[in-house]
Every structure is written in C-alpha cells, then in structure tokens.
Design a protein around this ligand. Structure first.
Ligand code: F0G
Length: 475
C-alpha cells in the first residue's frame, strides 16, 4: 500500500501532478458584480472568475499520461478507423458488450437509444406513447428530458432512504423493487419501453447500487420482457463501493465486479466524462445481437446526429484516449483516494454543522433544505446557497433540487422535489486537501449569516432544463 498521514489516516495521493492550470481568487466586490451580471445563476459565470469549481465532475478532471499518449495513435479514417476497433475491443473486454457506437457524450447516446426503444414498442405492439412510462432508480435530467421529448413519461423508483439525508445505508442508490413491480403491474409491461439502472445514482447523491439490487431488477425486467439500460457514467465508483460494502465481493478485483455488474443489463449508455476521465466522450453499447434491429436503428440515426458509426461523436485520437481511460478508471488505489476526498469534504462540512447526504461517489450533497428552512422550495434554497458560496469564496456548486427538477410538462406546475440539495462535485485528481479545507472554511463563513439568506425568483425562466439558462432576482 502507499503512504498515509499517521495522525489523520489521510492517504497521500497515489499520483504525481505534472500539468498545472492557474486559478485566480477575486475580491467580494468583484464577485458581487460577476454574480449580478450572471443573473444570479452560477452556470452563467465565466470560469476565469471562479477560484474552486465544483459545478461538476464531468469532463473537468485530470487525464492520465497514458491517455494523453494514446491520443497520438488516433486513426482518423472516416470509416473503419483502427481506433474504433481499439475502443470497441476495450468495451467488450471490460463490460462484455459486443456492439459499440462512440458518441460525443452521454446525451449523445441517449438521443440514439431512447427514441429507438420507444419506436420499437410503438411499432411492435401498436401502443400509444402517451401511455408509456420508463422506470429508473432515478433518472438523470438529460435521460429524463430525452424520454419526455419522445412523449414517454418517467417514473423514479428509488429506495425510500435515498433522499433522507439523516439515514446512513450502504446502498442508498438501490431501486425500490416493490415499487418497480407495482408500477409494471399497474401500467402494464408492454407500456414500459425500458428500465434505466443508474450507477452510481447521481441524483440521489452519487449513491451506489448493490449487485444484488442490479440483479433483482434485471430478473424482474426479463420476466416482463423489458430491456434494461445501464446508465453507467460512474461505473467504477459503483464497483468500488460494492467491493467495500457488499458481502462476498471483498476479494474481487474492480474489473471483475465491473464485468459482473454489466451482466444485469442489455445496453450500456455512458457519459465517459466522469469515471473514464475524458474531457469529452460517450458510449452506446449493446450486449449482443438480441436487440440487433434497435442497434441498427441507432447506427442509422448516429450517421445523422453524431457521425459515421465507427467514429460517432469522436475523433480517432479521442477514441484511443477513451479506450485507455476505461481501464484506468478501474485503478483501485485511485478510486480509494478519490472516495477519500469526498468523505473528507463531507465529514469536514458535517463537523461544522452542515448536514450532508451520506458521502457518495463524486460529490458532497449539502442538505440546503435543512440549512435554510426559512426559504421555500419555490425560492430554491439550494440555489440561494450556491450564490452565497460563490460570493463568500469564489467557489461554484450546483443546485440539485426544485430548480433542476422543473415543472410537470402537462400541468406546468412545479414538481414536488424529494430534497433541496447543493452539490459540490469534486473533479478527479484536480484539487488537493488544502482546497477542500478552504471550501469547508468557506461554509463556516456562510453559516454565520445563514438566517439572513434570501431566496430567488425567476426574471427569465426557460421552458425546459431551466437551471442552465435561467436568470433570477433576489427576493
Ligand atoms: N447520466 C448520468 C448519470 C449523468 O450524471 C450524466 C451527466 C449523463 C447521463 C449525461 O451525460 O453530460 O455526458 O451528456 N452528468 C453531468 C453531471 C452533467 O454534472 O452530473 P453527458
């Protein structure tokens, strides 16, 4: 094993940092001006005005030297690129999936498989889309959005502990299996075009899903003849948690746990910008040819929407880099160090009385609803906290709450949100312990005036995915 701080038990980073990017601290006056210009929406702040950026861990982390080196091997042939075969062989080797389409990112895969699976149900069984609903432990917002723009509803079936930040459990990302079965029985299996297993479950706080839960969902789906999609941006973190927490897997390699997890799905849809560490990239892969027609339909649409199917949304060099990143994602010592960072941040915040969701895979999720009980959900406590964090410390996080969830597409009423959270996502191998200490210290400052913090209302509200472009006024 490697070096550990004997006083605190904190493990030294198991890598060297040889490429550095400057960051700049600003004054509070500058930040007030910047935030006002950004319409009180941290998404609209220029990154030059941010000191520590915890908006997302997506495409923002460090890449490895082997990934960089691999880029030079890119074969940029328009069709049949050697780099495509390197990537699809890596996918087959790691996940056991035979048919692969590279996409520009996760939603690039979603725009291919989601309409294809909904069309399939409609054509084969003569069903109406408006009666259909897809099920997930919790849909990520783009997966939800793609399902809805194809006129299919979404139903989340999370474990009941998922959004209760005071509950500690090993697998808070699990499906509520009873709810899955009850939903299928209620609306009819033929009306369910797919089930999405999201690992780790981002919206529930990067919480893992157990192997036995993945297996049980797959068995239910097979019984009712519903395809299962593994939405697997953070597959390696999920495998790491299974190794740590699920009986029987203690001695398994991360790569073996990974292969086992993917037995319990038919299709994988991956944003490779997270665990696979690429700045841009995604994958859509089918386990075998049992859904060959759907795969072909995805390939056809890929030509229109992404690019020829042997490069999809990626250049040759990027496919080589991703092939390496998929393997490096599974390095156990890196996963251990990364999860330690999240635990450190969460326990530091909790030690100063900031209630968080149990430490998960990629971020600290602060319970802004508990911290700001005087701000109503419709005035977005998580977003108000994000603005205050920026003003105090030049640090950016993202609301995961009512603002993100949005309105019911039919009634246009705000959907009830299970928790009002502020996510501080930690990019991989990018920030040090001192940066995390700075963020914890910032919250000590924020806490001092917490009762005076005010909510926000829209000055511009986009019709969908409103958190990206909305503008606000302070109440
Ligand atoms: N699925 C999950 C579970 C995700 O977390 C994301 C992205 C996507 C799909 C879509 O992938 O961004 O590559 O198109 N999550 C990012 C985040 C944006 O910040 O958590 P994408």
């Amino acid at each position: 094993m490697y070096q550990q701080d004997l006083k605190t038990g904190y493990l030294a980073e198991p890598y060297k940092i040889r490429v550095i990017e400057p960051i700049r601290q600003t004054t509070r006056e500058e930040r007030e001006e910047v935030l006002k210009l950004a319409g009180y929406n941290p998404f609209l702040i220029q990154s030059k005005d941010i000191f520590i950026d915890l908006l997302t861990d997506s495409g923002t982390g460090a890449v490895t030297q082997d990934m960089q080196a691999a880029m030079l091997r890119g074969d940029e042939a328009y069709s049949g690129s050697r780099s495509y075969y390197t990537l699809s062989s890596a996918v087959e080797d790691i996940f056991g999936y035979q048919l692969t389409i590279p996409t520009h990112q996760g939603r690039g895969a979603e725009q291919l498989y989601i309409p294809a699976l909904i069309n399939k149900r409609e054509q084969e069984k003569g069903l109406q889309r408006s009666k259909m609903a897809a099920i997930s432990n919790y849909f990520f917002d783009t997966t939800q959005g793609h399902t809805q723009i194809n006129n299919c509803k979404v139903i989340n079936a999370p474990d009941e502990s998922a959004f209760n930040t005071s509950v500690r459990a090993d697998f808070k990302g699990n499906f509520d299996l009873q709810k899955v079965v009850a939903t299928i029985e209620e609306i009819g299996a033929e009306n369910i075009p797919y089930i999405v297993s999201t690992i780790t479950c981002n919206s529930a706080g990067g919480q893992p899903v157990s192997m036995s839960n993945l297996e049980a969902v797959y068995e239910i789906a097979k019984h009712y003849d519903i395809p299962v999609i593994m939405d697997c941006a953070r597959f390696a973190e999920n495998a790491y948690f299974i190794k740590q927490r699920e009986a029987g897997y203690e001695d398994w390699q991360i790569s073996d746990i990974t292969k086992e997890m993917f037995k319990y799905a038919d299709i994988l849809s991956m944003s490779a910008k997270k665990d696979a560490m690429v700045p841009m990239g995604g994958l859509l892969s089918f386990k075998d040819d049992s859904l060959l027609e759907t795969f072909r339909e995805c390939q056809t649409h890929c030509v229109l929407l992404e690019g020829f199917p042997t490069y999809g949304g990626l250049e040759g060099g990027a496919m080589e880099r991703l092939a390496v990143g998929l393997y490096e994602a599974m390095r156990e010592e890196w996963l251990e160090s990364r999860i330690q960072q999240i635990e450190y941040l969460v326990s530091g915040l909790e030690s100063i009385g900031i209630q968080c969701q149990q430490a998960g895979g990629h971020a600290a999720f602060i319970d802004a609803g508990a911290l700001l009980p005087h701000i109503k959900p419709e005035h977005f406590p998580g977003h108000a906290l994000a603005c205050e964090l920026y003003l105090t410390a030049g640090t950016r996080g993202a609301e995961i709450g009512s603002l993100l969830l949005g309105r019911d597409p039919e009634t246009r009423l705000q959907l009830p949100c299970p928790a009002e959270l502020l996510r501080l996502a930690v990019p991989r191998a990018t920030y040090t312990k001192a940066h995390l200490d700075y963020v914890i210290e910032a919250f000590s400052e924020v806490k001092k005036n917490i009762h005076k913090l005010k909510g926000l209302s829209f000055s511009y509200e986009p019709p969908v995915l409103r958190h990206f472009n909305a503008r606000f006024t302070q109440l």
